[in-house]
Design a protein around this ligand. Structure first.
Ligand code: PLP
Length: 365
């Protein structure tokens, strides 16, 4: 039995009537730019995350960029982040005119607070933790570091919408939380979309300006911003999906627990168990030696698995001028060789789980 990595057609089938109705209503309403669905989704997502302000934008990448632009960084300013993440987390730092500084990960795949402290210099302005695979970074220690050292905290929540740390939703901790609605994220649009959330009214005003070329009123420009708005049709779809998010995340947690049981005893390292609510399993990622052989073995059985990410960011060609070498981030470099994400999506069937776990078991270890 072939097993897809994710199957959005199955998700669509569960919400088709509501989704189609919402989209067609938005089409007929013709408020295509910054219409009522954008405003309502901003309110609903702010309420869901327990944050006063939410600002829709064109993608998760733009959410990060807008947040960094709003910090008004200067050339030479440094922003500390993890090397084990999607490119956008670090790309935005360069695009905002500052310098990325990488701090290695810990066993949770997230940035190691001790490595963050060691990387702080007089030029450090901000820290961007990523809640990778849907698991919260250590927000207790990271917020303490940010507070005592006077640094801004920008959370990359692209993979972790709905997860919490000590009962407080991710995205609500720092200067800004950045969300992606890329279709395969836990809350996915029918195309690109993103959101920045913040507790600071002044910061929110700056973000609202930056997404419309800094104009207020129209054609009078206070700042040099960009065109990065959330599309009205996407907002209409996302409002339907937001009402299902908690149910989908709960199902992901159940499926992950099933994997834990089925993979027990095999020569793979399973994700450390979640603390209450801190892990919504955007990915179920194991570690093993001979990862590439296992990937090929699964592919041979028609099972799709994913490598997130095959090359740490400090080793990317575009960052060569930062001067990092292989060996500088040993835990990230080990993860890039050993991490493998198995299929996990809310509509996955128990038979498909058995198929994947059976194939991992059958691998000639
Ligand atoms: C998906 C993702 C982004 C970027 O989001 P887009 O909406 O695709 O631009 C940023 N950071 C992380 C960790 C992501 O997974």
């Amino acid at each position: 039995m072939a097993v897809p990595f994710i199957d959005l057609k199955r998700q669509y089938a569960t919400i088709q009537a509501d989704l189609d109705r919402a989209i067609l209503a938005a089409v007929a309403d013709t408020h295509y730019i910054m219409g009522p669905n954008v405003r309502l989704l901003e309110e609903e997502l702010a309420a869901y995350l327990g944050v006063p302000h939410a600002i829709g934008c064109a993608s998760g990448s733009d959410a990060l960029l807008l947040a960094l632009l709003a910090l008004d960084l200067k050339p030479g300013d440094e922003v500390i982040t993890t090397p084990f993440t999607f490119f956008a987390t670090a790309g935005c730092i360069v695009r905002a005119g500052a310098k990325p500084v990488f701090a290695d990960i810990d066993a949770s795949f997230n940035i190691d607070p001790a490595a963050v402290e060691a990387a702080i210099t007089p030029r450090t302005r901000a820290i961007i933790p990523v809640h990778l695979y849907g698991r919260a970074a250590d927000m207790g220690r990271l917020t303490a570091i940010a507070r005592t050292r006077g640094l801004a905290l920008v959370e990359d929540c692209a993979q972790a919408i709905g997860a919490a740390w000590d009962g407080k939703k991710l995205g609500s901790f720092g200067a800004a939380g950045c969300i992606s609605f890329f279709p395969t994220k836990n809350l996915g649009a029918l195309g690109d979309g993103g959101m920045v959330v913040t507790g600071d009214a002044k910061f929110a005003d700056t973000l609202r300006l930056l997404r419309v070329h800094g104009a207020k009123p129209k054609y009078y420009h206070k700042l040099v911003g960009m065109n990065s708005r959330l599309d009205e049709l996407q907002a209409a779809a996302l409002r339907v999906k937001l009402t299902r998010l908690d149910g989908w995340n709960a199902r992901r947690i159940e499926l992950a627990a099933l994997y834990d049981g089925k993979l027990a005893g095999l020569p793979v390292e399973r994700p450390a168990p979640p603390r209450a609510g801190d892990f919504i399993y955007h990915q179920y990622t194991i570690l093993c030696d001979r990862r590439d052989d296992l990937l090929a073995h699964l592919k041979g059985r028609g099972i799709e698995a994913g490598v997130y990410y095959p090359l740490s960011l400090h080793l990317q060609e575009c960052f060569a001028d930062l001067g990092y070498r292989r060996g500088d981030m040993p835990r990230s470099e080990a993860a890039e060789r050993r991490a493998l994400s198995l299929p996990l999506f809310p509509e996955m069937t128990p038979a498909e789980m058995d198929e994947v776990a059976g194939a991992v078991r059958d691998f000639p270890w």
